[in-house]
Each structure stands twice: as C-alpha cells, then as structure tokens.
Design a protein around this ligand. Structure first.
Ligand SMILES: [Zn+2]
Length: 277
C-alpha cells in the first residue's frame, strides 16, 4: 500500500484507482476505495491539509484560502481536535471540508481490527464532538494500510483519499520555492495536492501557499475540496466507479477508456449521496 500511495507509483492520467476486496472472504465487507485523483476535464484541483488543526497555522491557511476564494479538505488528527476544538469551528464556518486522519495518527498496517476501529472511530468522534460533521473521507497516516485496515475503513463507510501531488512539505528542509515548483509542475485537472497545516514548522508551507494560489488562479484553476472534486467528476453524472485493481496499471488512461464498466450503483454514487443527501 505504501508503494501504491507513493507519488512515484502514479502515472500521469491515473485518474482514479480503487482497492479491491480480493483477499477478503466473499461475505466480508468491501475494502475502502482509494482515490488519488478524479477524472475530469474541468480545471479543478483539490488541496488537502493534514495533521491539524493547529492554533497557529490553520487560521493562516484559512485566511489565504479565503483571499483566493479557494476551498480545501482538512484531514485532522483527533487528539489535535481535542486540543483546539475552536479551530474546527473556524474550518467549518469557513466552508471547508473536514476529513478524518485518525485519533492518534497511528499507522494502521499491522494493527488489529479492533485497534484500527478504535483509532478511526475516535478521530471521527473527536470531530463531531468539536461541532464538525461526521467525516466520510479518511487519509491514512504515513499512507500505510493493510487488508484488515482497508476492510475496517470500508465497513465504516470511508473513502480513503491519497494524493497525486506530494509537496513533502512535512520536511523541515523543504523550501517554499520547492513546494511551489512541485505544485505548479503537478497541477492538472482533478488532481489532489497534499500539504500540512500542523503540527509545527509550517512557515514554508504558508509562504508557498501564498504563491501557488494566485499562480493557479492565473492559469485558470479553481482550488477546491476533495468533496467538490468528487461532485464535479466526469464520472459522477454518468456512472459509478467499480472496484478496480489494487495495483497501478501501466497505461491507466487506456484502461479507463477500454474497460468501460457497466453502469451500476457503486461507491462514488454512495459517497455523493452520503455527502449531498
Ligand atoms: Zn499525517
């Protein structure tokens, strides 16, 4: 799963990739679907911020997003939510989306089913207790998962959100200039950018954000949340996305065109209905 989520495993045009429940018994709950990007022609790009909320940095991120009429999804850690519940209120009142990043930022691979359930549910409970909505999107800490954790997440109704543009801004040595270059080079319709608004050393992220938002705007992009991306997907109005391969394909664009799935009610529609309805 680490390789699957690593940016170098992504090919240009890999729009959307699902995980399968192939290793699970037939009666088992399907594993959570994973998205890295969403197929679309519109110039929308999703920004995501992990590891907050943070009293110092999150409000500054919100301020910049508001300045450029941009939206984003904040994947928050439950224990940080408990420390700064007022920041959740700020995220919510700014019209941003809130996703679950676990209670304690624990790596879910090799954990027992019960431990995974506790950490994921704990993160959701913290968000709801702070006044946020019940989350339906989950981001894996360190991008680590296994069959057990993906099944638990699927059973809890989550869609796992990976990324297609990795700024690596969590590295203290990552300069604002390099973050800007990474985002602008990787920008394409339907892609998902990962950045961090916590827990510390986010000055370079903020400096980069102040540059990339106007740069993307000048290129005709709208910066949106993951939920916005899903609702605007070329697939959303036409058909659902069936469970796919767990591995990236050599030419995902060709596969997407040649293996048109039969229309059926599936996970994307479920996500949309849960979100909208
Ligand atoms: Zn994280």
């Amino acid at each position: 799963m680490l390789l699957l989520c690593a940016p170098h495993a992504l090919a240009l045009g890999l729009a959307l990739l699902g995980t399968s429940a192939q290793s699970a018994p037939p009666h088992a709950v399907h594993a959570a679907q994973t998205i890295k990007a969403v197929p679309m022609s519109k110039k929308l790009i999703a920004f995501t911020f992990d590891d907050g909320p943070n009293r110092r940095y999150t409000p500054k991120v919100l301020q910049l997003l508001a300045q450029y009429h941009a939206h984003a999804t904040f994947f928050v850690i439950g224990q940080e939510v408990q420390r700064y519940p007022e920041v959740i209120e700020s995220i919510k009142s700014a019209g941003m989306e809130i996703g679950n990043h676990g209670m304690h930022h624990r790596w879910l691979h090799k954990m027992t089913e019960e431990a995974v359930r506790d950490d994921v549910a704990g993160g959701a409970d913290a968000i709801v207790a702070a006044g946020g909505p019940k989350p339906y999107l989950y981001r894996l800490p360190a991008a680590l998962s296994d069959d057990t954790s993906r099944r638990v997440l699927g059973g809890l109704g989550y869609t796992v959100v990976s990324w297609s543009v990795d700024t690596r801004d969590w590295r203290r040595s990552m300069s604002a200039d390099r973050i800007v270059k990474t985002v602008l080079r990787g920008a394409a319709p339907g892609r998902i950018v990962i950045m961090h608004d916590g827990p510390a050393h986010r000055a370079n992220t903020l400096a980069a954000l102040a540059q990339v938002l106007p740069a993307l705007e000048s290129r005709g992009y709208h910066v949106v949340s993951v939920g916005d991306l899903l609702r605007q997907s070329d697939f959303a109005a036409q058909r659902s996305i069936p469970p796919g391969s767990q591995r990236p394909v050599a030419n995902p664009r060709r596969q997407l065109k040649s293996q048109r799935p039969a229309p059926r009610r599936g996970w994307l529609q479920s996500v949309l209905h849960r979100r909208v309805g």
